[in-house]
Design a protein around this ligand. Structure first.
Ligand SMILES: Cc1cc2nc3c(=O)[nH]c(=O)nc-3n(C[C@H](O)[C@H](O)[C@H](O)COP(=O)(O)OP(=O)(O)OC[C@H]3O[C@@H](n4cnc5c(N)ncnc54)[C@H](O)[C@@H]3O)c2cc1C
Length: 457
């Protein structure tokens, strides 16, 4: 359900205005409310007028809303909306939204569920292979409705399993070739407080070196402090560092691929029509959409489409206020034992941890942050798409031969999307894949062949 502030100053469900003059694509899904801060959701609010496909930005109206007002929402009241601001959105977004207003089709050669970074990467790579009759469906109203917009933008090839290292290296080739994807090799610095952690990092590095990541190296505590002088933790005994790891720009990647994709927004897939081991159509409120091939790229919400063992795991990002106490070029710095990590982005330090409390480790371990305030109002959360063995699930689904899965990246989906998009496009095109992805096959769980290996982060 979508909302807009009315003339009486109350937030109204936009469903009420459907069928009237303004056609509304605003994504303010109420069920997302506990997960999406109001200020964040406001960025996604757009009102589209017909004819003329003119975009009015009503974000400012909703930005003024408070959580209390939302809680008090009277969903039955209906008052004509007042649009107080008129802005044109940037070219890429406008392009994507306007596309959704074009004649809807009920059939495509390839139908992809989900226009996150994974879905649009697959569509773009299919287009690159000449497969252009591809339709990407997304229940959001514009790009970034899922986890991709919430990612912090880390990229690394320092993994402990061969398949993850190879996925990263394949992605990195494309990240290097497309400057707009924002690849910045500032490094990933894994820190260890215990010998056992050093052993795990060393073993992972053996795998990395065997895959060709020769620049990854073990470091002692002195070098760790040289690489990141802000570390003030006396318990660090050493760690691992790879200078070609670093940062990427999730939304730039998403928009870049989306320019090469046909996306229809505001369409939620709620089921599959099947016949034996084939999917015939996806079912939506606007009717069925048939296809020859289907792809599940629905992120943390993938489970229903092809029996996918993926569960959402909520993760929080807590920024500081704007500060220059740490440089943007600081490597991603990770305490392996508890997963606390930090990076600098857009003039703020982003603090992350599997634990709720990020403030205590930040102040204890990074002295320059002791006097830097946390900006709680700017904090956000999102979902990792966890698979049982924390590795992606890529390939034909078990129940349906023409349904491909691109799921379960378990928190690494942005960095691996260039690779997985390419690999899924290769599978669909029926050509040999760039790397061997049999370890990622969806059937591995039923075959007792889940991938084993430690998770470094
Ligand atoms: C806090 C946080 C930090 C992260 N940091 C990083 C990082 O540094 N590096 C990294 O690589 N990854 C990171 N990730 C993980 C990354 O965001 C995800 O792995 C990645 O975005 C997954 O992409 P996706 O396209 O599969 O899913 P999404 O981006 O979630 O896209 C799925 C899309 O499917 C749509 N959808 C879902 N269900 C339906 C349906 N039934 N019908 C129609 N549409 C549907 C959704 O609207 C959504 O747009 C982070 C995640 C979080 C939450």
């Amino acid at each position: 359900m979508f909302f807009l502030r009315s003339r009486l100053g109350r937030l109204q469900p936009l469903e009420a205005f459907r069928g009237g003059e303004p056609r509304v694509f605003a994504p303010f899904a109420r069920q997302l409310q506990p997960l999406v801060p109001v200020a964040d959701a406001a960025q996604h609010v757009r009102l589209m007028l017909e004819p003329g496909q003119r975009l009015l930005d009503v974000a400012a109206i909703v930005r003024a809303a408070t959580r209390r007002e939302l809680a008090e929402l009277d969903s039955h009241a209906c008052v004509a909306p007042e649009v107080v601001e008129d802005e044109h959105v940037d070219g890429h977004e406008a392009h994507a939204i306007i596309k959704s207003n074009r004649g809807a089709v009920n059939k495509a050669e390839v139908v992809i569920i989900g226009a996150g970074v994974m879905g649009v990467s697959i569509a773009a790579h299919l287009a690159g292979r000449g497969i252009r009759d591809v339709l990407v469906l997304d229940r959001g109203s514009e790009l970034g409705a899922g986890s991709t917009a919430r990612a912090t933008g880390g990229f690394r090839a320092q993994f402990a399993t061969e398949i993850n290292v190879r996925l990263s290296l394949l992605s990195r080739d494309e990240l290097r070739a497309r400057a707009e994807f924002g690849y910045q090799p500032h490094g990933y610095l894994f820190l260890a407080r215990a010998e056992e952690t050093m052993r795990v990092l060393r073993e992972a590095q053996r795998v990395q070196h065997a895959c060709g990541l020769s620049e990854a190296r073990m470091i002692d505590a002195r070098e760790a402090r040289e690489l990141n002088p802000a570390i003030g933790d006396p318990l660090i005994i050493g760690g691992a560092f790879c200078p070609s790891d670093g940062f990427i720009a999730p939304m730039a990647i998403l928009r870049g691929y989306a320019r090469e994709a046909r996306i229809e927004f505001g369409v939620e897939v709620h089921g599959l029509r099947t016949d034996g081991d084939r999917v015939l159509a996806v079912q939506t409120r606007r009717g069925e959409i048939e296809g020859d091939v289907f792809v599940n790229a629905a992120g943390a919400w993938a489970a229903p489409f092809g029996d996918v063992p993926v569960e959402p795991l909520e993760r929080h990002v807590v920024p500081t206020v704007a500060t220059d106490v740490l440089p943007e070029s600081m490597p991603m710095t990770i305490w392996c034992e508890d997963g606390f990590h930090l990076r600098v982005r857009d003039g703020r330090v982003l603090l992350l941890s599997p634990e709720r409390d990020v403030e205590t480790p930040a102040r204890e371990r990074v002295p320059p942050l002791r006097n830097v305030a946390i900006d709680r109002a700017a904090a956000w959360s999102g979902f990792y798409e966890m698979s049982p063995d924390h590795h992606a699930i890529v390939g034909r689904s078990v129940p349906y031969a023409n349904l491909f899965l691109a799921n379960g990246s378990s928190g690494h989906g942005v960095m691996h999307a260039p690779a997985i998009g390419r690999l899924v496009a290769e599978l669909i095109a029926g050509v040999p894949t760039s790397i061997d992805i049999t370890p990622l096959r969806p059937s591995r769980f039923a075959e007792n062949a889940a991938i084993s290996g430690p998770t470094l982060l």
